[in-house]
Design a binder for this molecule. Structure first.
Ligand code: SAH
Length: 497
């Protein structure tokens, strides 16, 4: 029988960008993923669709699977021959009970590996502007659990800790915060020692709170600090005001819903997150190439009859390349035809296939593309490969200068709504979410998926005028990029209303 394997993977402290490359590779090749409450949804999205997901930290029902149960699940799945990933917040071996999970596996001779993660103990202070060591302030850092068993005193040697003069980092300490601070004071620490709590660190909801050892419990109570949070005590906390880079990001905490098709959402989401935004991906459309697409095949057979080949989206390029491959051909079938792309995104897709657009209009929309082609005064026909809902602006422009063309539909745009309930709740509860629209069809997909939800509090961030016009038709408040590029769209979102 094939023996499975368990890989214990540290998922990092919250920001999905802090997952390691090795961790990501393990998740992407997993057959079963057993995960905890603190793992970010963007990381869970990396799990292959056909892999089994087991949530052992369901917050909603407060029904945690006990540790022995988790150990047992890992063992059973491995004995079934599965490649199992055990995903844990932060680093699996730092107050993560990773060691306990390996014991049973070791006893049964199950193959395992451990992929360390970025621990919240260091990353959360860092995102709060606190370097855990600094040569001018300390020569050690100590990581302590503040977890207090019911009815028992804290099992911490405060006197020893105070003597080190090092930075003290407490995990799981929110409930015991008052006792921790009292313990340190009684052991002789200076009441004015800088101290901080960083709540939900490295996430868009991060809240850093600065105080001193004597004032921290009251300040934290007043601000209603909740778990997960990290307590930091030491002179390094005084640097926070100077180094607090994360909370100063231009989109920090701003809710943004990204509506691109899944395969194209990556860059936009990633860049919005890097600016501090709280991004939810809502791939409410998908593009599906026609297979077979006889019209496109015939056009390629007669490619010499055309002078220009025109694409209005990266999906058109992919549909053509898929068809060439499927029918045993490759780009050489395109001969010496000239290529026009609606904008840089489509040109980038061409570049993936070793091609280069000969023409990109100055303004990236159908009307300007048509006008730019007119200026080229082609003697031969134009071949347009695009979606079934292509804008008439392109063909109107060609008609007006009497250029002959074939307008072939090579893919269709379908509406999907994988997580529409979650998005409905976001739209209803968040006070002013931004929704990005990179085409008129994303507007149609979004409004169709949400049904009759009140959309008056959202701001539709549109990539261009056609998208804006579609959004206005649905009564949305809009802001529009100055140029139809992802860069300009992000710029517009940062500028705000
Ligand atoms: N293995 C984890 C720690 C698990 S113990 C790691 O290496 O990070 C759980 C504690 O970690 C929480 O009580 C809290 O103190 C801390 N923690 C985890 N994620 C956090 C976050 N995003 N912000 C603040 N504290 C966090």
């Amino acid at each position: 029988m094939k023996m499975g394997q368990v890989i214990l993977v540290g998922a990092g402290p919250g920001d999905p960008g802090l997952l390691t490359i090795k961790g990501r590779q393990a998740i992407e090749s997993a057959e079963v993923v057993v995960y905890d409450r603190l793992v970010s949804p963007a990381i869970l999205d990396m799990i292959p669709p056909d892999a089994e997901r087991i949530n052992v930290g369901k917050e909603s029902s407060h029904h945690l699977v006990p540790q022995e149960g988790i150990n047992q699940i890992l063992l059973e799945k491995a004995l079934e021959g599965k490649r199992v990933v055990r995903l844990k917040g932060g680093d699996p071996f730092l107050f993560g009970r990773g060691g306990e999970e390996l014991e049973l596996l070791a006893e049964h001779g199950v193959d395992f590996q451990e992929v360390p993660g970025i621990t919240s103990a260091i990353a959360v202070p860092a995102y709060g502007g606190i370097p855990v060591t600094h040569r001018d302030y300390c020569s050690s850092v100590h990581i302590i659990t503040g977890h207090q068993r019911a009815g028992k005193p804290l099992d911490i040697r405060f006197d020893a800790l105070v003597k080190t003069g090092g930075t003290l980092v407490f995990l799981m300490g929110v409930a015991a915060l008052e006792n921790i601070c009292r313990g340190l004071l009684e052991a002789g620490m200076d009441p004015d020692m800088p101290a901080a709590v960083v709540e939900k660190g490295t996430t868009p909801a991060q809240r850093p709170i600065l105080a001193t050892l004597s004032t921290l419990p009251d300040v934290a109570k007043e601000k209603q600090v909740k778990s997960p949070a990290i307590i930091i005590v030491g002179k390094v906390c005084s640097l926070s005001g100077q180094f607090d880079w994360f909370d100063k990001l231009p989109l920090k905490g701003k809710r943004v819903i990204v509506t691109r098709p899944k395969e194209r959402a990556g860059t936009l989401s990633h860049r919005l997150r890097a600016l501090g935004a709280d991004v939810t991906e809502f791939p409410c459309i998908e593009t599906v190439p026609y297979d077979p697409c006889t019209e496109m095949e015939q056009a390629v057979e007669n490619i010499d009859g055309y002078e220009w080949l025109v694409f209005t989206s990266p999906a058109g390029v992919s549909a053509l390349m898929d068809m060439l491959y499927r029918t045993g051909r490759d780009v050489r079938a395109l001969g010496r035809i000239q290529l026009a792309a609606i904008g840089p995104g489509t040109d980038r897709e061409l570049r993936k296939h070793g091609l280069h657009a000969d023409l990109i209009p100055e303004v990236y929309d159908g009307a300007h593309l048509g006008q730019a082609l007119c200026l080229k005064k082609p003697a031969g026909k134009v071949l347009i490969l695009r979606a079934q809902w292509g804008t008439p602006a392109l063909t109107d422009a060609l008609d007006s200068c009497k250029i002959p063309y074939d307008d072939i539909r090579c893919y269709e745009t379908r509406y999907t709504c994988p997580n529409s309930q979650q998005v409905r709740e976001l739209v209803a509860n968040d006070h002013a979410p931004i929704v990005t629209f990179t085409s008129a069809s994303t507007v149609k997909g979004f409004t169709a998926a949400l049904g009759n939800v009140d959309l008056s509090n959202i701001t539709a961030a549109c990539i261009g005028v056609q998208t804006e016009a579609e959004a206005k038709k649905h009564g949305l408040n809009t802001i529009t990029a100055k140029k139809a590029t992802i860069d300009a769209l992000i710029q517009r979102i940062v500028e705000g209303d």
